[in-house]
Design a protein around this ligand. Structure first.
Ligand code: SF4
Length: 446
């Protein structure tokens, strides 16, 4: 039996795709191994969000070839370099570009992988299941953990934020049929899954096809889907990532209020506290729209926590613009922010047409100041958590300490008094007793 090693880079969408890829590879009796050295075939599911992410992949490819492996590439790097049709000539040019790589395939073409691999080993079996007619989004994933699942509801992006490569890498927005998503979620819950995360580049740009919309006789789309899935019996926690502020409205808040199994934490990427910068970034939302939404959300669900993404040092960002972001951190009290220093990405609108005006030193300064602001806010906010009782979904047990995330997205560790793993995948009531570090708490079982 041939053995494969699969390495995934990037966002949860890529991880979700990889779980489907594993199903396809298992259908042709390939065995997954944890160490590259033990494999015959190596596949990299790539991310192209930053140049640095691509450079890392090339490093891994070089290493795999040194070890004498057959190496394949899929994911965002593949799409970015090709055009609409993925014909032989384009494959050849990709292979030339990624010298040392043996084969490439678009992620949505994963169902043709068995055929592709037969070129390298004629003993590779035909798949037991036929994937031919299937949209790849409907391929059943091989779940990494039996208590949680990532379910794609859409893919692609039509927003073309000026700094972002995703629309070029992932293509246009495409939503999955409503019934397919609901059926997949029901199947996971029936199999014991407790937490479902709906994933997509812009989850709340999800749209229903016309006939489904007519049948449901309702007007908004993502909120309908969220409501339907939240009502699946025995689904303990439902979350989604990433939504775009532009599509966030009262309908989503109402569904969250109605369904308590929807996590009381929301990742809502704002990118900057300055409306001027948001315009320059092509974000299609502004700060007052963002803060109006969070105000309404907090009014409806006071215990909600919010996390975000920020870029510092984007083209022409002035000190005043940056201070607007600092101010936003004071008022929004984010419990986590993924802060990145702007770096030029060729092939994006900003990368090709705007000047990278802020020096690296200045970007670093802003990054550090904002990180410190985040910590300062958290130190104060964390004190308010002591004594609260939270429901923790345990995902790790090490040396008698269990850890996992609460319904409000906080990491909590607590002693379980024994070193067994039977707690993994269980939801446990835990009282927070101290703030272990800025990013996590210690607690005790109730
Ligand atoms: S919304 Fe903007 S940042 Fe998000 S994937 Fe689309 S282009 Fe990129």
């Amino acid at each position: 039996m041939k053995k494969y090693f699969l390495k995934t880079f990037g966002c949860q969408m890529n991880y979700s795709d990889s779980e489907k890829l594993e199903s396809v590879l298992e259908s042709i009796a390939l065995e997954q191994v944890e160490r590259i050295e033990e494999s015959d075939i190596v596949i990299f599911n790539t991310c192209s969000i930053k140049q640095h992410a691509e450079d890392r992949v090339f490093g891994y490819v070089r290493n795999a070839k040194k070890l004498g492996k057959i190496v394949g590439l899929t994911g965002c790097m593949v799409r970015k370099t090709s055009t609409q049709h993925f014909e032989k000539d384009e494959k050849d040019s990709l292979l030339k570009k990624f010298e040392r790589i043996d084969f490439v395939f678009r992620i949505e073409d994963m169902k043709s992988l068995p055929e592709l691999l037969q070129e390298y080993d004629e003993n590779i079996q035909r798949p037991k299941i036929s994937f031919d007619e299937l949209d790849y989004l409907n391929i059943s994933p091989k779940l990494k953990e039996n208590f949680r699942a990532f379910v794609p509801i859409m893919t692609g992006c039509d927003k073309f934020c000026t700094y972002c490569i995703v629309p070029f890498a992932r293509g246009k927005e495409r939503s999955r049929p409503f019934a397919d998503i609901v059926n997949e979620c029901e199947m996971h819950v029936k199999n014991g899954v407790k937490e479902i995360t709906l994933v997509g580049q812009n989850v709340n740009a999800y749209f229903l096809d016309d006939s489904t919309r007519k049948t449901l006789q309702r007007q908004t789309d993502f909120a309908i889907l969220l409501d339907e899935i939240a009502q699946i019996k025995n689904l303990k926690r439902l979350q989604f990532t990433s939504p775009h502020p532009r599509h966030m409205g009262q309908d989503v808040i109402d569904v969250m209020v109605k369904n308590e199994n929807i996590a009381r934490t929301l990742h809502l990427p704002v990118q900057s506290g300055s409306t001027k910068m948001l315009q320059k970034m092509g974000r299609e939302h502004n700060i007052s729209r963002f803060t109006d939404f969070t105000k309404n959300l907090r009014k409806a669900i006071p215990e909600i926590t919010i996390t975000t993404d920020i870029i510092v040092g984007f083209c022409d960002e002035t000190e005043e613009d940056f201070q607007e972001t600092m101010k936003l951190f004071n008022s929004e009290k984010f419990i986590m922010a993924y802060i990145s220093k702007y770096s030029v990405r060729k092939g994006t609108i900003a990368g090709d047409k705007m000047k990278d005006t802020i020096s690296l030193e200045e970007k670093k300064r802003r990054f550090e100041l904002l990180t410190e602001k985040l910590k300062e806010v958290l130190r104060k906010e964390n004190k308010k958590e002591i004594g609260k009782i939270e429901e923790v979904l345990v995902d790790e047990v090490k040396n008698g300490i269990a850890s996992g995330k609460s319904h409000r997205g906080r990491t909590i560790r607590f002693p379980i008094g024994e070193k067994n793993k039977r707690f993994i995948g269980e939801i446990i009531s835990v009282k927070i007793i101290s703030s272990e570090s800025i990013w996590s708490f210690t607690g005790e079982m109730m």
